[in-house]
Ligand binder design. Structure first.
Ligand SMILES: O=CC(=O)O
Length: 563
């Protein structure tokens, strides 16, 4: 259920994504016959705070499983109450961060340089001369105080570094020294110090009981009279009456707000008539690219391995086989990291050794604390690409079951093709496999039809079938496919042939050891086919972004002092 298409609901531009995944019903339609529709609704997708997840509505939705919020802030949701109904709450972190940080910078710059005032003068029919007294304040080299150094706050810092700003931040937890150094930010344990010293104060906190009214009379009075307050978090973080007073009396220079309380403000609200306020209507995430990412994340988080909905219709799936040197997994790591893929969900299976760990692609401490599991699905919607990363060994006796689960999920999800990245023991190569490239492919008949031309152009080499008894050419016995060390590769390929599944295997002969160069070789090979990264680079490996977790790949090594 959604509130509506257009108006205050989901933008027309994203409805195609929703329709790919759901049978949509709008609130108005639902309300015409709640008894009929109620039991069918499994997900409520909120946009712009609606439909409101109120008891009167939720009680009509006995089959509801998830309330998914478009946006990261869920302060408008009573999460314990919703959970008590057996309903999960989801939001869209990560994908909103860039656009929101951009908005913070837009407000900061516009307020500092009086962009809106300048525009109004420029288009005013009475303007006859260029005003000399429209004076802004300098951004470059000034001091920025970021309150809330989460994902978005950190991105504000990254941007401000380019303006040569001195960056202070206040956060519940101090970030790592590496995070601080990367953007040149200094931690202010005391909020008061940050307020005292900053020329621009940006609010990027979540709204919680602790942050409600965080900026009130006392805090504003600590700020410089030349300072600007920028708010991209929630209106209630600022005591608006105190802000009106501070702006009127010159306690601070100006405020630039993407958020207010309420939204929009009553038309006679004093903030609206102050000359030193810039207000935008909570449009921090409003870019076509970002709303599509948000909606895609909201949609794909529901996909279950049991689901029969073709959730990834037309997508290419790339997945590793857990094989020699984990080359496939490392190659998939490079894809997720470089393409900045979003985690869309988990592949639920009882066939992998259970494990959990930190986020392997974390770019900051906060991200690193996210828990990750052995089989996760990531997507890059624009590229119609999904990957299933597998991080644990398959339980030996469950290999067949795992393959069956994979095949049925791949089929149900509607992938147009699957590419398995794999490897095989170098030392077990057959004579004919010893020369030339160590890269091989396999392709199922149903994918061959679609890819024959591409393969011809690539000039790739197919994995050779080898005689059943090495050295003995027995015409009665068909040569066999043999992938030593390849894990489920052979089984998955054979199952896919039987099931008519469009699947290719790209594999590399290699040995256990430092398999990073092998991973680059395999992912570059994949890229030659799929053109996921087109950047021309002299050094083919440098176009890939190495995930942070790779620094832990080989332990801490042998102490150099030994040599
Ligand atoms: O306000 C925007 C969000 O919560 O993502």
């Amino acid at each position: 259920m959604i509130s509506e298409v257009g108006g205050e609901g989901f933008h027309e531009d994203v409805v195609d994504i929703l329709k790919q995944h759901f049978h949509l019903i709008c609130l108005k339609e639902f309300l015409k016959n709640p008894v009929l529709h109620g039991p069918k609704i499994q997900a409520m997708l909120m946009w712009n705070y609606s439909p409101a997840a109120e008891p009167s509505l939720l009680s009509c939705l006995p089959s509801l499983k998830v309330v998914a919020n478009g946006g990261v802030g869920i302060d408008h949701l009573d999460v314990p109450y919703i959970n008590s109904l057996g309903v999960k709450v989801a939001n869209t972190p990560g994908v909103v961060s860039d656009a929101t940080a951009d908005m913070a910078m837009a407000l900061l710059l516009a307020s500092a340089r009086m962009v809106v005032e300048g525009h109004l003068i420029s288009v005013d029919s009475k303007t006859t001369s260029v005003p000399q007294n429209l004076m802004g304040v300098e951004v470059t080299g000034s001091t920025l105080g970021i309150i809330g150094m989460g994902h978005i706050g950190y991105k504000v810092a990254q941007r401000s570094k380019g303006f040569n700003m001195r960056i202070l931040y206040h956060n519940r937890n101090r970030r790592s020294v590496e995070d601080e150094q990367a953007v040149g930010a200094s931690y202010c344990e005391k909020l008061d110090d940050l307020l005292n010293e900053s020329d621009f104060v940006v609010l990027v906190v979540n709204l919680t009981p602790e942050t409600t009214g965080l900026i009130s009379h006392r805090e504003l009075s600590l700020m410089k009279p030349t300072a600007t307050l920028i708010n991209v978090s929630r209106g209630l973080v600022v005591d608006q009456d105190a802000l009106v007073k501070a702006l009127k009396s010159g306690t601070i220079r100006a405020a630039a707000l993407d958020v207010t309380h309420p939204e929009p403000l009553p038309r006679d609200h004093p903030l609206l008539s102050l000359p030193n306020v810039l207000i935008t209507p909570h449009t921090g995430t409003n870019t076509h690219a970002t709303i599509r990412k948000m909606v895609h994340l909201m949609s794909t988080m529901f996909i279950s391995s049991q689901s029969s909905a073709a959730a990834f219709k037309g997508f290419t799936l790339v997945m590793p086989a857990v094989a020699v040197g984990n080359v496939g997994q490392l190659a998939v790591d490079l894809l997720v990291s470089t393409l900045n893929m979003s985690r869309a969900g988990y592949f639920h299976t009882d066939c992998l050794i259970p494990m959990a760990g930190n986020n392997p692609y974390a770019s900051c401490k906060e991200d690193a604390e996210e828990l990750h599991t052995p089989a996760e699905v990531y997507t890059a919607a624009e590229l119609k690409l999904a990957v299933l990363q597998i991080r644990a060994p398959i339980i030996q006796t469950r290999s067949k079951k795992f393959r069956q689960q994979l095949v049925s999920w791949i089929k149900a999800s509607g992938f147009s093709r699957t590419v398995v990245l794999s490897s095989s023991h170098s030392y077990q190569r057959d004579d004919q496999q010893l020369q030339g490239t160590p890269l091989r492919y396999l392709i199922t008949p149903s994918l061959l039809t679609a890819s024959a031309d591409a393969l011809k152009e690539l000039g790739w080499r197919e994995m050779e079938r080898i005689p059943a008894f090495p050295g003995v050419k027995d015409a009665d016995v068909e040569p066999r496919l043999c992938i030593p060390g390849g894990g489920i590769t052979k089984g998955l390929y054979t199952d896919s042939c039987d099931e008519d599944l469009p699947l290719a295997v790209l594999l590399l002969f290699c040995s256990e050891g430092d398999n990073i160069p092998d991973a680059f070789a395999l992912v570059n090979h994949l890229n030659d086919w799929l053109h996921l990264l087109d950047s021309q680079s002299q050094e083919p490996n440098s176009k890939w972004k190495v995930p942070t977790s790779w620094s832990l790949l080989f332990g801490s090594g042998i102490p150099p002092a030994l040599f």
